[in-house]
Design a protein around this ligand. Sequence first.
Ligand code: COA
Length: 332
Amino acid sequence: MKLNGLRGARIAGTGRYLPERRLTNRDLEQIVDTNDEWIRQRTGIIERRIAAPDQATSDLAYEAAKLAIADAGLQPADIDQIIVATVSPDTVFPSTACRLQHKLGCREIPAFDLAAACSGFIYALAVARTGIASGSFDNVLIVGAECLSRFVDYEDRGTCILFGDGAGAAVLSVARDNGPGIIDTHFAADGSGADLMILPGGGSRIPATHEMVDRRLQYIRMEGRVVYKQAISKIVMLVNESLERCNLTRDDIDLIIPHQMNARIIQSAAKHLNLPMEKIFVNIDRYGNTSAATIPIAIDEAKSGGMLKQGDLVCLVTFGGGMTWASALLRW
Ligand code: COA
C-alpha cells in the first residue's frame, strides 16, 4: 500500500515482555509422547515462556507497552490510539486494548483489539499507519500480545510443542521529513482456509457447554502440514511483491524479521529467496510461536542486539490463521 503525499509513519519506540517461566522440550517429554530431538529438528524450538497463573494477556501487553512508550520518549498521555493484536484476549469482551488503556492511564482515546492471528501485528501496523497518514493520530501504540498456553491442548503433541506466551509493542509516530519510516505495507486474507487453524469452541458457533469441553473444543486445532506448505510460498511471495512495489531488490534487504512459526519454514523461505540466514532474524528457539507477539518481540530484540542500524532496509513478513498474511517494508 502506497500512501503518496500523505504523512509517513516510523517506529519511534519498542518494548517486549516475556514471562519468567520456561517450558522446555524436556518438560514436554513428561507431558506428551514427544522428545527433544524431534521438536528441535522439526521446529527449531527448545523452550517457550508460560504466563504465571495470575497473568492475562493485558498484563503482558502492559509490560511491553510501558517500555515502548518510554523508548519513544513519550508518556502514556501522548498516545492517541491503542491497537492490541491478539487471539487470546483476557475476555471475549471488553477488549484487551480497553484494559490496557486503563492500566497505562492513557487519555480517553480509541482502543480496540485486532484479531488476525499470527498476522495481527503487521495488520495493526498497517492500520496505524493509515491513521497517521490521514492526520487523525500522531502517536499510535500497537501491541502484539498472547497467552496461547491457555488455549493449547497439552494432550495434543502436534500443537502443544509450538506455542508460547509473550508480548511486544511499538509506538508508531509521524515520520520526520524524508526520515526513516514505513515504506510499504500489505495485508490480506483468504477465509476459505479458516478451519486450517482454529479455536472452535467458546464463540457463537459452538458456545461454551460441558459437551464442548468434553470434546476439547476450547483448544487450538491445526492442520500442520497444510499450513506448513502454504506458509513457505506465501512468505516468499510477500517479500518479492513488497520489493517489487518499491522498486527494490533482495540485495537491498538488510534484515528480514519473519513471523516465528517454525525454523524450518523460515529456513526454507530464505532458501527460496536466495538470502543467507544471517539476514533473517530467528528467536523461535527461545520463545516458540507467540502468534501476534513474535514480530514485535523480534523487532525489539534485533534492536537491542544491535542488528538494526539507521538506514537499514527491514522487511517484516507473516502468515497465519484466517488464513491471513501481511508484510511491511521499513527504512530503520
Ligand atoms: N513429537 C513426536 N512425533 C510427533 C510429534 C511430536 N510432537 N508431532 C507429530 N509427530 C509425529 C506424527 O504423529 C507423525 O508420525 P507418523 O509419521 O507415524 O504418522 C510424524 O511425527 C510426522 O508428522 P507431521 O505432522 O507430518 O510432522 P511435520 O514435519 O509436518 O511437523 C509441525 C509438524 C506441526 C511441526 C509442522 O507441520 C508445522 O510446523 N506446521 C506449521 C504449523 C504452524 O506454523 N502453525 C502456526 C502458523 S502461524
